[in-house]
Design a protein around this ligand. Structure first.
Ligand code: PAF
Length: 283
């Protein structure tokens, strides 16, 4: 496994692979890898000749009071896991490599970022789309894989790829959960034992909603009220949103009579957690 730290080396490597008609699958991450990331690498491994992982904690997607400075990291462990997952190259740039002093471009989308996480994190998706576009230009992948725990991010990157006519196939990876249901996230590392119990309110809410819908409840407002009360019964929780919405446009949905995304964001003390499920009431 090679570790490349500069854009020049990464691009030269990718151009070399293209010249010999090798295909590249790319999984971008911010590191502190867990089984969710590994599942993306495992999904990508058989699809292309080469598997590239990037590790870069992207400062432009963090707001002023967010956890950029404390974001967990363990590069040695990440490299060990990457190698075991069959990664051929890790792209590991420094901040200055991605954002030189005179950097001033920001890519934005018109509608998808107006919903869910975009409402309370105004700089989040602009920062993500900008860095991912740069990473795509540096790594030059044929295929890229994004986890669907960050469902809105997945939709936004897919839209950006279409809108900018990038010749990249994007695939989504399913959410990977701990045995007790907690969706895997690098941020789970922040949780104390008590907070981790509160964090379970997210996945349990998704199950409650599924059961309510299976039992005939179609009014999203009624279920949101139930879930709000449930999540608030756990200590240190602060709900950012509980939203039933269209899984393609993210427009809120009042009546659940077709495939619907239920997406949640809850702050447990200082840790922001998200989770989601797609519910099909017809099944
Ligand atoms: O999902 C993430 O880890 C990040 O948002 C990404 C896609 C690596 C961009 O910084």
């Amino acid at each position: 496994m090679e570790i490349l730290k500069t854009k020049k080396h990464m691009q030269e490597w990718s151009v070399g692979k293209k010249k010999t008609s090798k295909t590249i699958c790319f999984v971008p991450t911010m590191g502190y890898l867990h089984q969710g990331h590994i599942s993306l690498l495992e999904k990508g491994k058989p699809l292309c000749d080469e598997l590239v992982l990037s590790i870069f904690v992207n400062p432009t997607q963090f707001g002023p009071n967010e956890d950029l400075d404390t974001y967990p990291n363990n590069i040695e462990n990440d490299l060990r896991l990457a190698e075991a997952a069959g990664v051929t190259v890790v792209f590991l740039p420094q901040k200055e490599e991605i954002y030189p002093d005179d950097f001033q471009t920001r890519i934005s989308l018109d509608f998808l970022p107006d919903h869910l996480c975009g409402k309370s994190r105004p700089v989040f998706f602009g920062g993500i789309v900008t860095v991912v576009t740069k990473l795509f230009n540096i790594v030059m992948p044929d295929v890229t894989i994004f986890g669907k725990k960050d469902y809105q991010q997945f939709l936004i990157i897919r839209q950006m790829i279409r809108d900018l006519d990038l010749n990249i196939k994007i695939l989504g990876g399913e959410i990977v959960r701990e045995p007790d249901g907690l969706a895997m996230s690098s941020r789970n590392a922040y949780l104390t034992t008590e907070q981790r119990e509160s964090a379970l309110s997210l996945s349990r809410s998704l199950k409650m909603a599924e059961q309510a819908i299976a039992g005939g409840e179609k009014n999203s407002g009624v279920i949101v009220k139930q879930l709000t009360a449930f999540i608030q019964s756990f200590s240190q929780t602060r709900i950012d949103y509980i939203c039933f919405c269209d899984p393609q446009t993210l427009e809120p949905v009042k009546f659940i009579d077709k495939q619907t995304l239920l997406s949640l964001a809850v702050q447990v003390d200082k840790t922001r957690l998200i989770d989601n499920i797609i519910i099909d009431p017809i099944q």
